[in-house]
Design a protein around this ligand. Structure first.
Ligand SMILES: *[C@@H]1O[C@H](CO)[C@@H](O)[C@H](O)[C@H]1NC(C)=O
Ligand SMILES: *[C@@H]1O[C@H](CO)[C@@H](O)[C@H](O)[C@H]1NC(C)=O
Ligand SMILES: *[C@@H]1O[C@H](CO)[C@@H](O)[C@H](O)[C@H]1NC(C)=O
Ligand SMILES: *[C@@H]1O[C@H](CO)[C@@H](O)[C@H](O)[C@H]1NC(C)=O
Ligand SMILES: *[C@@H]1O[C@H](CO)[C@@H](O)[C@H](O)[C@H]1NC(C)=O
Ligand SMILES: *[C@@H]1O[C@H](CO)[C@@H](O)[C@H](O)[C@H]1NC(C)=O
Ligand SMILES: *[C@@H]1O[C@H](CO)[C@@H](O)[C@H](O)[C@H]1NC(C)=O
Ligand SMILES: *[C@@H]1O[C@H](CO)[C@@H](O)[C@H](O)[C@H]1NC(C)=O
Length: 355
């Protein structure tokens, strides 16, 4: 199935006049019309969510996920990763990506596409091959060319390279670094520019870079290097994943300061995978702290000229990646397992409304 090449709809004003003004306006509806509606009023391009393929059979889930008043942007959590897209060499399968991208197009939600290059979720044929440098460069170009062309014009942004740095600011040892060398990152960005529609935002995306530290400074130095070369390496943005823990989140000042560092290097930013986990069992105190941490993070983006939008890494606790990855932690999302909106949802709305 080939996607139609719709032009990117960067809808600015949502349709607020679709129904006549009710005689008795519902106060909570007018105060909480949806996160994306409020985000656009606050000057952001979108408020979005990641969507996972495993829950597409749940209509309660999909009706929120594709409600453009809540989420003006979606990111496939898994469906566009290498192991699903190219499960055998030069065999491409877009069904998991399309299952999220096609309904998002229909609902006029922007797409952040995720991702071309990562050290994780790679297919066995790729990780067990004993590739030469030039073979692996060819595999990289072929993968980016096919996936970029399939989603040509359909992605506001692509996460071109994901999680390439260690916490201490050195490059992570993986198949890409170990076979191609540090230039694999620049190479991936050049391939991405070559095969995506002009204007597609090309992002470097990572975790642990939401404050000034050795890792974020290394990413900033990479951006500076890329853009100052005689033939600049095309990079448009840095994605701050923003996977936080209630009570130890970096907070408003740390986030705005590091966003400013990236802006000075000449790139836009976004919070691309925001969630705030709590220690289980959950408590009302923790929900209050979680709400504060979500709200502070969103406020940091709103107040930063270069930060274009916020994406939560799924909105429903039941499908959050947190409990599997951080045993003893959970309840990281904006909606509870029974689809009730948490205090954090209302706290974010209040920030976006400027309260
Ligand atoms: C979409 O979300 C908004 C905000 O929560 C809500 O008011 C509206 O009813 C939802 N629309 C649908 C079709 O569920
Ligand atoms: C969706 O599928 C999963 C397994 O893939 C299953 O556990 C779940 O109950 C299904 N949900 C619905 C609403 O059918
Ligand atoms: C493509 O992937 C989907 C989802 O994993 C799978 O159901 C389908 O069988 C695959 N198609 C082919 C031709 O392998
Ligand atoms: C990998 O390839 C190199 C160069 O062709 C060769 O020297 C080496 O023995 C191979 N290693 C394995 C584990 O096959
Ligand atoms: C940086 O971190 C990596 C991964 O933990 C480690 O292998 C490497 O030795 C560290 N380098 C320095 C200079 O500390
Ligand atoms: C970078 O790492 C060094 C060595 O671990 C540490 O002393 C220094 O404080 C770090 N710099 C920042 C900005 O975190
Ligand atoms: C910023 O982060 C540092 C740790 O890197 C933390 O000690 C400090 O409390 C944070 N600042 C704020 C205002 O949250
Ligand atoms: C939904 O879950 C929340 C938190 O777990 C709970 O407080 C609330 O009573 C539940 N609502 C329903 C309708 O079950």
């Amino acid at each position: 199935m080939k996607l139609s090449h719709l032009t990117l709809t960067l809808a600015t004003t949502p349709l607020l006049s679709a129904s006549p003004t009710p005689a008795y306006p519902h106060p909570s509806r007018s105060k909480y019309p949806g996160l994306d509606i409020l985000a656009k009023r606050a000057g952001l391009l979108y408020f979005g969510t990641a969507i996972d393929n495993v829950v597409l059979n749940n209509t309660q889930y999909t009706s929120i996920a594709h409600n453009a008043s809540e989420f003006g942007q979606v990111t496939p959590s898994n469906g566009q990763k290498w192991m699903y897209i190219e499960p055998a060499r030069n065999v491409f399968n877009y069904s998991m990506g399309d299952a999220i991208v096609l309904p998002a197009i229909a609902h006029r939600q922007l797409r952040r596409c995720h991702n071309f290059v990562w050290h994780n979720q790679l297919p066995d044929w790729l990780t067990t091959g004993n590739w030469t440098k030039s073979e692996l460069e060819g595999i990289l170009e072929n993968h980016i060319r096919h996936e970029a062309q399939h989603y040509y014009g359909e992605c506001y942004a692509w996460d071109v390279v994901n999680e390439a740095f260690n916490d201490n600011g050195t490059l992570r040892s993986d198949i890409w670094l170990d076979t191609i060398g540090p230039e694999y990152i620049a190479l991936a960005f050049r391939f991405a520019r070559k095969y995506t529609r002009p204007g597609t935002k090309l992002y470097y995306n990572d975790y642990g870079i939401e404050r000034i530290n050795n890792k974020s400074l290394a990413v900033a130095a990479m951006v500076e290097d890329f853009l100052s070369r005689e033939e600049p390496v095309p990079i448009d943005g840095v994605g701050l994943q923003a996977h936080f823990t209630a009570g130890t989140s970096p907070g408003y000042e740390n986030i705005t300061r590091v966003i400013e560092v990236f802006a000075e290097k000449g790139v836009e930013t976004a919070l691309t995978e925001l969630d705030v986990r709590v220690k289980l069992p959950d408590s009302s105190e923790e929900m209050v702290q979680q709400a504060k941490d979500y709200a502070d993070s969103v406020r940091a983006c709103v107040d930063s000229e270069s930060c274009v939008g916020v994406t939560v890494w799924d909105f429903w606790d039941t499908v959050s990646w947190v409990p599997d990855t951080f045993p003893g932690f959970g309840d990281a999302c904006l909606w509870t397992a029974n689809f009730t909106k948490k205090p954090a949802y209302y706290a974010i709305s209040d920030v976006l409304r400027g309260d």
